[in-house]
Write a protein that binds this ligand. Sequence first.
Ligand code: CTP
Length: 409
Amino acid sequence: MKVVVGITGGIAAYKAVGVVRALVLAGHDVHVVPTAAALRFVGRPTLEAISRNPVESDLYEGVAEVRHVALGQSADLIVIAPATANTLAKLAAGLADDLLGTTVLASTAPLVVAPAMHTEMWAHAATQANVRTLEARGVVLVGPESGQLTGTDSGAGRMSEPTDIVTAALDVALAANPDLDRTVVPETSDRLAGRKVLISAGGTREPLDPVRFLGNSSTGSQGVALAEAARDRGAEVVLLAANLEVPAPAGVRVVDVGTAAAMLAAAGVEALDADVVIMAAAVADYRPSTVAQAKLKKDDLGDTLSIDLVRNPDVLASIAANRPRPGQVVVGFAAETERDPQRRLALGREKIARKGADFLVLNEVGFERGFGPGQTAVTVIDRSGRVVGEASGTKTSVADAILDLVAPA
Ligand code: CTP
């Protein structure tokens, strides 16, 4: 599930790293939102390395992507650890003067907070009134515990242990939405070692004449990131490269395929002994019915030009239907412009049924989203249409998450 971990400015912020790590190791997609004060206690590089996602804290970064509400809207769970007295007050009042505040207000996900502060601050009538307000609103508090506090003090106010916070938070999220997956995804780095992984990347170009083609916006970055990730796990990787706009990775065998027909021919051969086939390329569904042998001239063509197109073979469907042996894992991609997540999921379910693949990686694309380097967000479904995982972040981190989900046991 997608979890936002808010970290606020208390000394217990260092223990929040344990919360992030436990969630990541349990297979969740974790996005950390520290307040400015939290970053005085724990550094951004630590949080990025542990969460495996970029860390944003500034309300004014990524304004074009409306990031101040996007994280909250897409979260399945928000955990704030530690939550200072100041944070409890801001949450109770609904203040939104930083990224964490806007994220919480923009979200309908369950909110779990782990307070940490000195005993006097915890016992103060203002703090207790804020706690009652939050609880009445359905916010779940974990702790605080009694014990050693900063300095020589001890008493109520110590943040609960990270594993207790994570266990309680996942319980809350699952109670709110039983469809979410709690399963711990084991570290899978060696499941692909020694296996052959066939990956297609890029976009096919269907020629009209010797110099022109019908193409698409795919650059090949996600497929290349998958090839690198599989290579790093010790797999023998073959990359079917369709007009890549990014460099092909070292240490993988690259087979250049320009068109859908060339992709089908190469895939048919390479899939024979592949353990995993991942079709990330954007393959043209149609090609010009004839390819002019000389450059088309507008003086010959006139003011309008109609091009007759014929259907291309479906490479993915053909691989899935002609598996050389049971156990081969076949993964397709579906880039959809549908913006509504539920309707997009419905399109994905229909597509995986039509293609006969084992998994389908769904993402949203548009004129300005989904292509090239940068951030992406995917939902992975299996052949029964069940959501088996979600991931967002760089194409490299998403590639890792996809391999975790589809690598055979
Ligand atoms: N694909 C393929 N051969 C084709 C078209 C698509 O192998 N001729 C593969 C892509 O590599 C991808 C998956 O099928 O893994 C889904 O591609 P997409 O273009 O989304 O599917 P379409 O069948 O074209 O569905 P639609 O046009 O209805 O969106």
